[in-house]
Design a protein around this ligand. Structure first.
Ligand SMILES: Cc1ncc(COP(=O)(O)O)c(C=O)c1O
Length: 312
């Protein structure tokens, strides 16, 4: 649905707002469509909506407001940071989108992929729930996280004006979603098995999250300048290293980690839009989805070894 929305709404040069950092695969989609991606910095409550408003003012002053098409928000336990947008900012984001829909409608694309993977912390209302007219927010969700990785069946709720264009495009894009997968899901729902399955995943991932946070404490707390986010859900821990320590694919750290210590991470810089020179280079996304607790502990030990080796 994310790429379909992009295809339907975005022409080259159109403006899309994203949080910085954000889901790098969708950044790739937007780049492929020729969108002008504007990053709005995030803090521990998600995208800073007041900065979004400032950007919109600048764009209007430049006479380019009609090019703004979309605000992309990963509302729950964002990939890569694990951070959720606060309830207050959810509401503000909808108000901002509506207030600035002057020459044309500015949509919010709410990507709620990790919503069901909640381990603790508050249960937040969706961004979509702050849009009672149902004309601003496109809610996109997937069963790839809550049912099975790589399942590639999702669902969405979209404003009426987009239903036709999205349906028309869907068949051309993927020749239809997998019939087998949809039957499997229908059976899970029909037999009342889905919620139990989600609970099983939650319990499993929660233990893995705890294992990764404990291992981070164990292996990284004594390395000065290292800090990390404690996520309430999702699959990732976002770690920042001392500013001088680069994590990119070509960095000494990445090479050492992959070749000597046999451990992998996603370099933080791929999660930012815009000029590569201006991106933070000292962050990494650590995933606790696949490994068991023992593997997580070993991986974190090895990664800390690589960090210490490059720092020395
Ligand atoms: C934030 C986010 N949105 C969407 C997806 C895509 O899920 P699907 O497998 O349904 O394409 C992912 C998968 O990693 C994701 O992290």
């Amino acid at each position: 649905l994310l790429s379909l929305v992009g295809e339907v709404l975005i022409d080259p040069g159109d403006i899309v707002f994203v949080a910085a950092p954000t889901y790098f695969v969708f950044l790739g989609t937007l780049n492929g469509l020729g969108a002008r991606v504007i990053s709005i910095p995030s803090d521990e409550r998600g995208m800073q909506t007041e900065l979004l408003e400032n950007e919109l003012q600048k764009i209007e002053a430049a006479g380019e407001l009609s090019k703004v098409k979309l605000i992309y928000l990963v509302s729950y336990y964002e990939n890569p940071t694990g951070i959720s947008l606060s309830a207050e900012r959810r509401q503000q984001a909808v108000e901002i989108a509506q207030r600035w829909s002057k020459s044309r409608r500015i949509f919010i694309l709410e990507d709620a992929a990790y919503r069901e993977l909640r381990y603790d912390g508050p249960e937040l209302p969706s961004v979509w729930s702050f849009d009672p007219d149902r004309q601003t927010v496109i809610l996109a969700n997937t069963f790839s996280k809550s049912f099975s990785p790589g399942f590639r069946v999702g669902w969405g709720i979209v404003p009426t004006e987009l239903v036709g264009p999205l349906n028309d495009r869907k068949g051309n894009e993927d020749f239809g979603s997998s019939n087998f997968c949809q039957h499997l899901l229908a059976t899970m729902f029909g037999e009342g098995l889905y919620q139990d399955h989600v609970q099983l995943l939650r319990d499993t991932y929660c233990s893995k999250r705890d294992a990764m946070l404990a291992a981070a404490e164990n292996w990284f707390s004594e390395i000065s300048g290292v800090n990390w986010v404690h996520p309430h859900g999702g699959l990732y821990v976002w770690m920042s290293l001392p500013e001088t320590l680069e994590t990119g694919f070509d960095s000494p750290l990445f090479r050492r980690a992959a070749e000597v210590d046999k451990v992998m991470y996603v370099p933080g810089e791929v999660c930012y839009a815009g000029d590569p020179a201006g991106r933070p280079k000292n962050q990494m996304r650590l995933s606790f989805g696949t490994q068991d607790a023992e593997g997580i502990e070993l991986g974190m030990q090895r990664l800390s070894q690589a960090v210490r080796a490059v720092l020395d």
